[in-house]
Write a protein that binds this ligand. Structure first.
Ligand code: NAP
Ligand code: SF4
Length: 674
């Protein structure tokens, strides 16, 4: 079949097997790996993605022994009796014509349990457990455990294994001088620190034979002080190739790095230059990673010769059919991963099962099923924000006849505001996806139409997804000309002066602060400028890619105050994996954060507040109100009075936790049952 992405869809010959395309579904922990009872769900999850045409997939990390656990009782493959459950996965994938490797992950000092081990007794800054330093015999035993684990993976039917050697986990800890202070055969000079990695690869290869894929994920840009420099990365890559790896995957950053590597504000393909630098050094296939989410991005990486394959993990949570859609050039139908982390990584770090904000079926393939309806109904959905869009298009896909009413002139609701934030440009993709899906599923879209009870006569079911209205706090002077609502600001209806106060420091207050401090085109669209902003050395000469590199000076566009009444830490409820990035950005821009504030009034002088009993006047040009939302449900009562049955979803149902993840999931779940 002709495809607009010829590089992406050219086969890759690994010697003993040929991969149909250059796409690797990278390792992503789902939380289904940890309990035997969840393996049927895990099998269904991978089978759906194999059916979607991925060339090669990698499972979430599986521990080769107990000390390797990421958390207590994490998935492990160390004994023959643990093989059987994995066969459910491999057989399901093979039935669909796919290939799957199992990732062997030893968490090292990142293990969130008291049994964790490391090359040296040095606690990580992100876990409370100090590791035990492995003895030399312990090191030998660990190497054996990796090889045994790989052998068992082969018995379980996997097509290969990926040895996790990056992200600051055990193998990486042996490699880096910051975590390996040992003397003797496994410490000291770089070459001896590298031996742990190469021995694992060599002995694993011996254990599994030649006709088995062995991917090694090598930390190529560590983004921590005391990380490797380019010469060391090249030395490691060559040694790992010589030891028997068949593919080298790219690792960027450690979990403790204070530079974002996969958040939505990271430009697309921002790190492929690292993989490109290794291309001339090794002859086995190299895989580029991080923030590759759409076919044109992946194709460009391969066309530029930066890598032989591209790895995407989260994009396959968002859309299991990504490959088939890309192959036939139907790019607009791809449900794009917007790199929000809200339902995947944030869940994993909270010990919850991973799913996807834009695809709540991810990880729940056996539970959330969209069956064709045997009794098609006429359904009215009011509100084309993400809750309404998800509900309308899913219901239409099931065969219902759906009319979608939207008071505004465009679909998207709050996502239209989110995409205006610098670094949140990806949110546009979700609107594009839903627009395409409306067309595909023949939802009748009535824009600029405010539905009333009369317009909803004759429908078999009514779904109110009318969203929210911003809360107006009762502060004297709240109707002063200086006051701007966040929708007015972000939609461009009003603009702010040089000095601005933000009332409310929730997710939207933080977003608005980012909007106010940046000027000109977004850094997230300019990888080189973004890297300079974070102090990343493009030439790869600096140790760890950052040591001794000064970040470019950031001149905020405005002087900004971010205010909240509570005295809690700022941004406490932001995403687990992204909150620190927002806090770091605002700190850098010298945003003044004032907690424990009592709002006294707004007048020509500015915003009057009291903090710790002291009165202050913030001499601001404008005050932006980001004090939460209230449900918009003015249609509910007339419909109920008329005896109509109404379903409420999204912000219309609950504004307190207005949240796109919940809104889309509610829309899909309701549509599955209509
Ligand atoms: P929010 O998180 O509930 O924050 C509202 C803020 O307004 C609070 O900080 C609250 O702080 C303040 N506030 C509430 N009532 C007030 C009143 N009457 N007068 C003055 N201040 C008041 O709501 P949001 O910022 O609008 O965000 C809504 C949702 O959007 C979030 O729950 C989140 O799910 C999502 N979101 C997340 C992100 C992100 O994670 N990056 C970004 C955007 C949106 P005090 O009571 O302490 O003053
Ligand atoms: Fe991507 Fe967000 Fe879905 Fe995770 S939750 S896969 S980051 S869209």
């Amino acid at each position: 079949m002709a495809t607009p992405y010829p590089h992406l869809f050219s086969p890759l010959d690994l010697g003993h097997c040929v991969l149909p395309n250059r796409i690797l579904m990278g390792s992503m922990h789902t939380g289904l790996e940890d309990r035997r009872a969840d393996f049927p769900k895990l099998a269904a999850y991978f089978a759906e993605r194999a059916r979607g045409g991925v060339g090669l997939m990698v499972t979430g990390g599986i521990a080769p022994n107990i000390s390797a656990w990421t958390k207590p009782f994490a998935g492990m493959l160390a004994w023959p009796w643990q093989v059987r459950k994995h066969r459910l996965v491999t057989e399901a994938v093979h039935r669909e014509g796919g290939r799957i490797c199992m990732q062997i992950l030893h968490a090292g000092r990142y293990g969130y349990h008291p049994l964790n081990v490391a090359p040296s007794r040095i606690k990580s800054p992100i876990t409370p457990f100090t590791p035990r330093a492995l003895s030399d015999r312990g090191v030998e035993r660990h190497i054996r455990d990796f090889a045994t684990c790989a052998k068992l993976a082969r018995e379980a039917g996997y097509d290969g294994v990926e040895v996790m050697g990056s992200e600051g986990y055990l193998i990486n800890e042996f490699l880096a001088s910051r975590t390996n202070k040992r003397a003797g055969p496994w410490g000291g000079a770089f070459e001896t620190r590298l031996r742990f990695a190469t021995e694992i690869v060599r002995r694993t290869r011996e254990a599994v034979g030649r006709d088995f894929i062995l991917i090694f994920r090598l930390s190529m840009l560590e983004l921590v002080e005391g990380g490797s420099d380019l010469t060391e990365v090249v030395t490691a890559a060559k040694a790992i190739e010589a030891a028997g790896a068949s593919i080298l995957n790219t690792g960027i950053g450690w979990h403790e790095s204070r530079i974002p590597t996969i958040a939505t504000s990271v430009p697309r393909a921002a790190f492929t230059f690292v993989t490109a630098r290794l291309k001339r050094e090794v002859s086995i296939p190299l895989v580029a990673t991080n923030r590759i989410n759409m076919p044109e991005v992946a194709e460009a990486v391969l066309a530029r010769g930066e890598a032989d394959m591209v790895s995407m993990a989260r994009p396959f949570l968002a859309d299991p059919d990504w490959v088939l859609k890309a192959q036939r050039g139907d790019t607009d139908s791809i449900n794009t991963c917007i790199a929000c982390n809200q339902a995947c990584l944030d869940h994993v770090f909270q010990n919850r099962k991973a799913s996807c904000l834009v695809n709540p079926r991810a990880g729940r393939e056996t539970e959330l099923v969209y069956r064709t309806s045997l009794q098609p109904k006429r359904i009215a959905v009011v509100g084309a924000g993400v809750a309404g869009l998800a509900c309308a298009t899913t219901a239409a896909e099931r065969g219902h006849q759906v009319t979608l009413f939207e008071a505004q002139g465009a679909i998207g609701g709050q996502f239209n505001l989110a995409r205006a934030i610098p670094g949140k440009e990806e949110f546009h993709e979700t609107i594009r996806y839903f627009q395409h899906r409306i067309d595909q599923t023949r939802v009748e879209l009535r824009l600029a139409t405010r539905a009333d009870a009369a317009a909803l006569e004759g429908f078999d079911a009514i779904v109110l997804a009318t969203g929210v209205v911003p809360r107006v706090p009762s502060i004297p002077g709240i109707d002063h000309a200086k006051v701007i609502s966040y929708p007015d600001l972000l939609s461009g209806r009003r603009s702010a002066g040089r000095r601005v106060a933000i009332i409310g420091a929730g997710g939207i207050g933080f977003d608005v602060a980012e909007y106010l401090i940046e000027s000109g085109p977004s850094m997230s669209l300019d990888p080189a400028r973004w890297r300079a902003h974070w102090g990343i050395d493009d030439s790869l000469r600096a140790r760890g890619g950052i040591e001794g590199v000064a970040a470019t000076e950031f001149k905020p566009e405005r002087e900004v105050w971010l205010l909240q009444r509570k005295t809690d830490a700022f941004g406490k409820n932001l995403g687990k994996t992204t909150g620190w990035i927002h806090r770091a950005s605002l700190k850098r821009a010298k945003v003044k954060m004032l907690g424990g504030v009592e709002y006294q009034g707004i007048d020509d002088a500015g915003l009057h507040v009291q903090v710790d009993g002291q009165a202050h006047v913030l001499p601001v040009d404008h005050v932006i109100v980001c004090s939460g939302q209230e449900s918009r449900r003015d249609l509910l009562e007339p419909l109920q009075v008329a005896g109509r049955q109404v379903h409420l979803i999204g912000g219309a149902e609950l504004a307190a936790e207005l949240d796109a993840k919940r809104a889309i999931a509610q829309g899909c779940e309701l549509a599955a049952n209509l």
